[in-house]
Write a protein that binds this ligand. Structure first.
Ligand code: CO
Length: 134
């Protein structure tokens, strides 16, 4: 079912400071910030040779990452995103095995224009997993 690691996502408490750190301290290639109101976040991607790091910052009221920042005030690791060929088939298979898909269970369009869904961290040993159809 699983393909490549697409990205590792970090929630950051100061987006400008995080961009500066990745761009200048670490010398990475960093994308322009992209507002995703449907997901309640602004995202920035850091390109690495084998994957990407997604920096997430709250956007608007009730952002899902605001709650994360209340608990982890310095920010921290938020989720792993793994590629799948067929997200509907993956969702059905996982739900048949008792895993919980967050939200209404239907894929949403993610930051790259591809369908994504999130799996409940309690079913995956404390790790929030995003599946993205590539
Ligand atoms: Co992600």
């Amino acid at each position: 079912m699983l393909g490549r690691l697409n990205h590792v996502a970090m929630v950051v408490s100061d987006l400008d400071a995080a961009i500066h750190t990745y761009e200048h301290t670490l010398g990475a290639i960093v994308s322009q910030p992209q507002a995703l109101p449907e997901h309640g976040v602004t995202v920035v991607f850091v390109d690495l040779p084998n994957t990407r790091i997604e920096l997430l910052y709250p956007l608007g009221d009730g952002s899902p990452v605001s709650k994360f920042l209340e608990k982890h005030t310095d920010g921290g690791l938020h989720h792993l995103c793994i590629e799948v060929d067929d997200i509907e088939a993956a969702s059905l298979d996982l739900r048949n095995k008792g895993a919980r898909v967050l939200g209404d269970g239907k894929p949403k369009i993610g930051a790259h224009g591809n369908p994504v869904l999130f799996l409940h961290p309690k079913d995956f040993h404390g790790c929030l997993i995003e599946l993205e159809q590539i």
